[in-house]
Design a protein around this ligand. Structure first.
Ligand SMILES: [Zn+2]
Ligand SMILES: [Zn+2]
Length: 151
């Protein structure tokens, strides 16, 4: 699945809602579409630390039934804060703790812990670009198969 993205990962654009200028200190970039947002413009009092997905992307992913660990807010909460959200029930807490053990959040990047090296988890919006570039270099069309090879 190659998504068209609205921005470039790692580059700030204007806030998608108010059109105002974004700075790293006061904005979040969506891991799904690379659009930038001021948290107050999203009318979210608290935007979770960790991978951020805008409401549009969250809705699309959920509708598509897509699974991505970075969209699992409870697990991400556990990775970032070291403990599951307070409202999680015991089963959820166990699940979160189990999965979160494999990840580390350094304040900007998510890492998948490996036996020898840790691997940076690439935001969804950047994955499409990586697949497209690899397809060009390898000289065959991309798609799900190529994505699997790159995983
Ligand atoms: Zn704004
Ligand atoms: Zn988005």
């Amino acid at each position: 699945m190659v998504r068209s993205t609205a921005g470039e990962w790692g580059k700030l654009s204007a806030c998608h809602i108010c059109g105002g200028r974004c700075y790293w200190a006061d904005s979040r970039q969506c891991w799904g579409c690379a659009r930038c947002y001021h948290p107050p413009c999203l009318q979210q009092a608290v935007v979770e630390l960790g991978p951020f997905h805008c409401p549009t992307c969250r809705g699309e992913f959920e509708a598509a039934g897509a699974e991505d660990i970075t969209l699992d807010l409870r697990v991400m909460h556990t990775v970032v804060h070291g403990q599951p959200p307070a409202h999680a029930n015991p089963d959820e807490r166990r699940r979160c703790e189990k999965v979160a053990r494999w990840f580390r959040w350094d304040g900007a990047s998510l890492w998948l812990l490996g036996a020898e090296v840790d691997r940076r988890v690439v935001p969804i919006c950047a994955r499409a670009a990586i697949v497209a570039r690899a397809a060009q270099e390898l000289g065959f069309p991309g798609g799900d198969r190529l994505y699997l090879l790159l995983k």
